[in-house]
Design a protein around this ligand. Structure first.
Ligand code: GDP
Ligand code: IMO
Ligand code: MG
Length: 435
């Protein structure tokens, strides 16, 4: 059985927590795109874990965790994450890295920063983790794959070419920067090779055998639909396809094998970095939601922009990803807001649109159409059953489901892994501990 979990807004919806719900009974968990621009939080009885490259299923030794072919891996960050896990007494013996995955090379973050610098006021607000430059090199066929770490002669020859013929001329002539030293880079990467060797494998046979056995397979999306290279607010997007389609190409699973797709959204909306955000709240209420929801970047610490729930965005996501369930997270953050607003369309030049327009300047200048709903005063953080939630809260969740056109099966009421209200189980989710 295959379940895909993807983000339905602009990221940081609480995907890590939903993944954690499913990972205990998953045989295989696969990260299939993005890199260490992602930050997925799981809060357990052992404290808080923030995963950037490691699949969030890594906490379960029985779950084989694959960093798939579609991910871009910075070996320095991966090794640091492995070390951090070890410091907490956990050994990632269940980790596998696809030899087809490309590497974020140590020069990619530099290029990310330099490219953002020359954009000036039009900068994208990337995470500076070198994600865009690494994917660009993959497409230009001058990228290095993780499997290349096991081929010293090949690495030397290719580094000589890429550094000497491509990177250094740009660094020196365009940016007046110091040139890179190919020999030093080779030495650095051979060190990473030694430490990562045991995890590097061809993942095709592992994934296919799991499919043949009918194992539980969990695809962990990073980023989100509105950051998708094709369907997001281009160019204010990431450089991969975080939609369900990207999860498949990034892992080597055929579309006919997918059983369920969970689209994760929160009860409001957030965005890090620049780009249009029609329902953004720039007032005191926005500040209150940011503080209550602790909306500060998991990776960069940047304050996240926040706004009302954006129905057109959520519906677009459920449709593009073929959602069988919606997980609506962080609903607790909205407690005590007197009147909630829910955007159902965008008015632009007299017309109301029910989905995000491809032209981002229209999106930037549209006016959101809102419905108002009464809020609730009660603390919902200890609710475990649908019937425990105040009526106004249930009405809000129902309305979100209607607007999304998909059932809201999970409701997040707090950061801890057990702070969830389940309405309908998702395939192979764990039994929840009673609180
Ligand atoms: P991801 O990137 O989608 O995995 O999300 P992040 O981990 O970047 O951000 C989500 C944040 O919200 C984390 O700090 C989570 O611990 C927290 N969180 C997740 N679900 C809930 C919830 O239902 N309520 C509250 N209050 N916090 C939540
Ligand atoms: P998770 O998986 C939120 C945003 C960046 C920037 C844009 C491009 O934790 O939800 P990049 O470094 O990818 O080239 O930056 O994408 N971004 C995210 N925003 N959550 C993420 O991941 C993000 N990954 C990238 O802030 O606006
Ligand atoms: Mg995140």
């Amino acid at each position: 059985m295959v379940v895909i979990v993807v983000g339905g807004q602009w990221g940081d919806e609480g995907k890590g927590k939903v993944i954690d719900l499913l990972a205990e009974r998953a045989d295989l968990a696969i990260r299939s795109q993005g890199g260490n621009n992602a930050g997925h939080t799981v809060v357990t009885e052992h404290g808080e874990f923030k995963f950037q490259l490691l699949p969030s299923g890594i906490l379960y030794p029985t779950c084989t965790c694959i960093i798939g072919n579609g991910v871009v891996v910075d070996p320095r960050v991966l090794l640091k994450e492995i070390d951090q896990l070890r410091e907490r007494g956990l050994e990632p013996d269940n980790l596998v890295v696809s030899e087809r995955a490309h590497m974020v090379m140590s020069y990619h973050p530099l290029f990310d920063q330099l490219e953002e610098g020359v954009r000036g006021d039009d900068r994208l607000g990337t995470t500076w983790r070198g994600i865009g430059p690494a994917y660009s090199d993959k497409v230009r066929r001058i990228g290095f794959r993780i499997g290349d770490l096991q081929k010293e002669v090949f690495m030397r020859k290719k580094l000589d070419f890429v550094v000497g013929q491509v990177k250094n001329p740009i660094l020196q002539k365009l940016y007046s920067e110091q040139p890179l030293d190919a020999e030093a880079l080779l030495a650095e990467y051979l060190e990473y090779a030694k430490r990562l060797d045991r995890y590097i494998k061809d993942t095709y046979p592992i994934v296919q055998a799991a499919l043949d056995r009918g194992d539980n397979i969990l695809l962990e999306g990073a980023q989100a639909t509105m950051l998708d290279l094709d369907f997001g607010t281009y160019p204010y997007v990431t450089s991969s396809n975080p939609t369900a389609g990207g999860a498949l190409t990034g892992s080597g699973i055929a579309p006919t094998r997918v059983d369920q797709t969970v689209v994760v959204v929160k009860g409001y909306t957030s965005r890090v970095g620049y780009g249009p955000f029609p329902t953004e709240l720039l007032d005191d209420l926005g500040e209150l939601i940011r503080e209550r929801g602790r909306e500060y970047g998991t990776v960069t610490g940047r304050a996240r922009r926040v706004g009302w729930f954006d129905g057109p965005v959520a519906r677009y996501s459920t449709r593009l990803n073929g959602a069988t369930s919606v997980a609506l997270m962080k609903v607790d953050v909205l407690s005590e807001v007197e009147t909630l607003k829910l955007c159902t369309g965008y008015r632009f030049r007299g017309e109301v649109h029910d989905h995000p327009m491809a032209n981002i300047s229209h999106l930037k200048h549209c006016e959101p159409v809102y419905e108002e709903m009464p809020g609730w005063r009660a603390d919902i953080s200890r609710c475990t059953e649908w019937s425990d939630l105040p009526r106004e809260c249930r009405d809000y969740v129902e309305r979100v489901g209607e607007v999304c056109g998909a059932p809201v099966d999970l409701i997040g009421v707090g950061p801890h892994r057990d702070q969830l209200v389940m309405r309908r189980p998702i395939l192979f989710q764990r039994e929840t501990a009673a609180r």
